[in-house]
Every structure is written in C-alpha cells, then in structure tokens.
Design a protein around this ligand. Sequence first.
Ligand code: SF4
Length: 89
Amino acid sequence: MSEPDNTDPSLQTPVPSTLMGAAVSFATSMARFAASGFKTVDEPLHQLRMSHCQPCGYRNDSQCSLCRCFIAKKAWLPHEDCPIGRWPC
Ligand code: SF4
C-alpha cells in the first residue's frame, strides 16, 4: 500500500485568506475589473458559478469563508475563480 501524496493540492485542507490577504486580493481584483473595461460574465455562467457555491460547505451565507469574497459579486467577474477550483470556468 502506497503512502498518500501530501504534495497533491487537491488533498490538502484549504486555508482561509487572512483579512489583509483578502483586502489585497479585493483591490487587485477591482483593478483587473477596471482594466478589463468592467466586463462581466453572462447571466448563465453567473448562475452556474452560483449553483456550485450554493451547496458548498465553505459558503457562509452570502460570503465564501475561504476567500472572504461576497459570492454573488465575485461570480460576475471573468478573471475570478473559486479558491478550490469548484467553478467550471
Ligand atoms: S467560491 Fe468556491 S469555496 Fe467559496 S463558496 Fe463558492 S464553491 Fe465554495
């Protein structure tokens, strides 16, 4: 029997972002949003992303407890992603 691969990121417990990290991430994201010309994803993709967040154990009401983002807002941003890769795109 082989040992588990502890270097595989999918097997590691996600670590919530610190408040400072979340603040920096938010500022960076808003800069990228502005640089994109304030582009958003279309409604079907937004709904698809939200459908992955809805049952997620890391969702805390309207906020993701890992990245601390407000999910419904973040899901509109094309350059954003789920911190553990649960969004399809
Ligand atoms: S962004 Fe990812 S980790 Fe956060 S609530 Fe949504 S599916 Fe869960």
